[in-house]
Design a binder for this molecule. Structure first.
Ligand SMILES: Nc1ncnc2c1ncn2[C@@H]1O[C@H](COP(=O)(O)OP(=O)(O)OP(=O)(O)O)[C@@H](O)[C@H]1O
Ligand SMILES: [Mg+2]
Length: 284
């Protein structure tokens, strides 16, 4: 089993190396990187490339580790016992009818190896990663209600993504292989754009890329535009049929690009950019 990138996803050499290292070590791959650099998509594409079903667990601030294992639906059981009938009563007797399996349970009991994405683990509270240590390490957990040990038939290939909103505990980190997706260099970015817009004209791409990296290099930006925002912007430029001249001021200095709302997402950044453009124009 080796991951070598895919048709829809541009993976750099070191990213492929990281994925394959995690496969070899049989440890979760912890992926960090700026928003929009393809962390979530990586899990989807690796699963596709290795022909594994993908189970996804999107973490929110309220998510508890237990929900990934199983939940006991006591309310349904109580209702069935009250409204029962003969069928209902038989159902109520067996507690297993009220155990709702979580993604880890499904991943552990699947008949063939699956990929498991735990997306945005940093959104949960600080105890969340600690609560999953044993499950991730030993690939097993105990269901107290049914008194059974749920043990992985096949070790799932686990991807964990984080946007760095919270630090992860050391004990958790020890169990992962770590990879930081660096912001793509222009060369890699060109390949990524090519995957999404194979017919884009070269001169439009060159100009748009220059503007994009100029905007990103502005000192003091609150939020730098990311890969996915460049893709959105290009889509708009093509859809609106924006002429090349709109992207280029006469003397090649910075100009406020059209549809800048695709790239800059708050008013301070937009006004910072406008100020810079004005200063540039005055200095001409
Ligand atoms: N290497 C890549 N190859 C192809 N497309 C990419 C790549 N990186 C990013 N993209 C594009 O950017 C979009 C955003 O990627 P994705 O949702 O995986 O980012 P993310 O890192 O999970 O962001 P967030 O942290 O906000 O969840 C993808 O849908 C895809 O269109
Ligand atoms: Mg994501």
């Amino acid at each position: 089993m080796k991951f070598q990138g895919s048709q829809n996803y541009v993976a750099t050499q070191d990213l492929m190396l990281a994925v394959n290292a995690a496969i070899t070590l049989q440890r979760p791959l912890l992926v960090k990187g700026e928003p929009g650099t393809g962390k979530t998509m990586l899990a989807e594409e690796v699963a596709l490339a290795l022909d594994m079903p993908l189970l996804q667990w999107h973490i929110k601030s309220t998510t508890k580790a237990q929900q990934g294992l199983y939940e006991y639906d006591a309310v349904s059981r109580l209702r069935d016992s009250q409204l029962g009938g003969v069928d209902g009563n038989a159902r109520v007797q067996d507690i297993r009818n009220y155990i709702v399996q979580g993604v880890l349970w499904q991943a552990f009991t699947a008949d063939r190896p699956v990929a498991l994405l735990i997306d945005e683990i940093d959104k949960a509270d600080i105890e969340f990663p600690n609560d999953l240590l044993r499950e991730i390490d030993r690939m097993e957990f105990y269901c107290y209600e049914t008194r059974e040990l749920i043990k992985a038939k096949h070790r799932p290939l686990v991807f964990i993504t984080s946007n760095n909103e919270k630090e992860l505990p050391d004990a958790f980190l020890r169990r992962c292989f770590f990879h930081f997706i660096k912001f793509p260099e222009p060369d890699t970015m060109r390949r990524i754009v090519d995957v999404h817009f194979p017919t884009l004209k070269a001169d439009l791409l060159a100009l748009a890329m220059k503007t994009f990296y100029d905007v990103r290099s502005l000192p003091g930006l609150k939020k730098k535009p990311s890969t996915s925002e460049l893709l959105d912007w290009l889509k708009l430029l093509v859809a609106e049929d924006i002429p090349l001249e709109a992207l280029q001021s006469a003397d090649n200095k910075v100009a406020v690009p059209p549809l800048v709302g695709a790239l800059l997402k708050n008013e301070q950044d937009v006004s910072l950019f406008e100020k810079l453009v004005m200063m540039n124009q005055r200095n001409r």
